[in-house]
Ligand binder design. Structure first.
Ligand SMILES: N[C@@H](CCC(=O)N[C@@H](CS)C(=O)NCC(=O)O)C(=O)O
Length: 153
């Protein structure tokens, strides 16, 4: 379903720097547990689309004990995984990067329309930093999902 390879050899130092000079985040991928994978897929399909994200990979159930394990990301790399099972306690907070404030707004609207619950409408959060603009939605299990743009307006 997807093929991923880094653009070049990665530096072993932090922050990781790709061969083209771009800085890569320390975090490679992460995952959360969700009670109803179909409901969560509907939510994340919709919520992440405005950010350029989509389901990129599903691990064959022969390798997962029969549960859904799917990876979302901006192609080509899945970096956010959902796994069917008992939701994490306490619930997880995940922030997805948006490239504009309009994308944050679109994330919020799409996430609410796909069954999310409001946890903070789009707007500046200057207590994080001067240009921080975020929106927060609880996913079907109550995980606190955010889109954030760090750029000046
Ligand atoms: N409802 C708050 C949500 C803020 C929020 O969830 N912030 C993240 C960090 S960006 C978080 O995990 N905060 C800690 C907490 O809520 O316990 C808002 O709209 O600002």
């Amino acid at each position: 379903m997807y093929g991923f390879a880094p653009k070049g050899r990665l530096s072993s130092r932090l922050p990781s720097v790709d061969t083209d000079g771009s800085v890569l985040p320390m975090l490679d991928h992460m995952g959360i547990s969700v009670r109803d994978p179909e409901a969560s897929r509907r939510f994340y399909d919709a919520a992440l689309a405005p950010l350029g994200g989509r389901l990129l990979m599903e691990v064959p159930k022969a390798h997962t004990g029969g549960v859904f394990v799917g990876g979302y990301g901006v192609p080509p790399m899945p970096d956010f995984w959902i796994t069917g099972g008992a939701p994490n306690e306490p619930r997880i907070h995940v922030a997805f990067r948006a490239s504009s404030r309009a994308e944050v707004d679109a994330f919020y609207q799409a996430a609410l329309a796909a069954g999310g619950r409001d946890n903070g409408p789009p707007g500046p959060r200057p207590h994080y930093h001067e240009h921080y603009y975020g929106a927060f939605v609880l996913d079907p299990d109550g995980h606190n999902i955010e889109a954030v743009c760090h750029d000046p307006p």
